[in-house]
Design a protein around this ligand. Structure first.
Ligand code: PGA
Ligand code: MG
Length: 217
């Protein structure tokens, strides 16, 4: 069975504006200065605990408060997960084409599972995915291969492509020996040539041909 597995933040959805807003709401609560969108973007990718750690380090906040601050950010984000987020252009159309072509689809994200499900539901995307693995769903987070392997296993897939936007996704695919398609318009930090990938695309209209080309090869 053939499956296409997607990353979420910066791949299916431009979710940064809501993440940014949640971080800044927490910073307001803590009487700290606000952070810009680009700074917060550079902190996204390794999951919520890492994001909070990076924000607190940047603001020289007391790390003894980490658990309370992380819970605060999660609580705020859970109440406004999809207020400002935008689906990438053509993404849902590509999912429709892939679903109609018979591919099974899953999500493997470092975003916590609760907000990941909430975001997919709010965007009307939950019906495309049989399995959603979040950053807190398994014993490990990407770039550890385990969550991706777990997504493959839960889908019951024997042939897989992973689609993601970051070097973390690329490293995960390498570690799991899974073919990787890089969406170049998300939150990557390095140049496209410096990120290991078998396929790259800037427009979701290209994805169905990439997927069918790979599975026919
Ligand atoms: O939550 C993050 O840091 C990144 O989430 P992603 O794995 O869906 O890109
Ligand atoms: Mg991502």
């Amino acid at each position: 069975m053939k499956a296409v597995i997607f990353d979420l933040d910066g791949t299916l959805v431009h979710s940064l504006p809501d993440i940014h807003a949640a971080v800044n709401q927490m910073l307001t609560n803590e009487r700290q200065a606000q952070l810009g969108m680009a700074t917060v973007q550079s902190f996204v990718g390794n999951g919520l605990p890492k994001l909070v750690e990076r924000v607190m380090a940047r603001q020289a906040m007391d790390m003894a408060q980490f658990d309370r601050i992380a819970a605060d950010v999660l609580g705020i984000y859970q109440t406004a997960t999809a207020d400002l987020s935008q689906p990438y252009l053509g993404m849902e159309e590509a999912l429709k084409v892939l679903q109609a072509a018979g591919y099974k689809m899953g999500v493997c994200s470092n975003k916590p599972h609760g907000p990941a499900i909430h975001l997919l539901m709010q965007m009307g995307l939950d019906g495309y995915f049989d399995v959603v693995i979040g950053g807190d769903s398994t014993k490990a987070r990407k770039p550890d291969p385990f969550p991706l392997q777990e997504t493959v296993r839960a889908l019951g897939a024997d042939q897989v492509m992973y689609v993601g936007d970051s070097e973390i996704d690329a490293d995960t695919a390498v570690a799991a020996s899974v073919t990787f398609a890089l969406f170049t318009e998300g939150y990557r930090k390095r140049a496209v040539v410096d990120i290991p990938h078998q396929y790259a695309f800037a427009n979701f209209a290209q994805l169905p041909d990439i997927v069918s080309g790979y599975f026919q090869s």
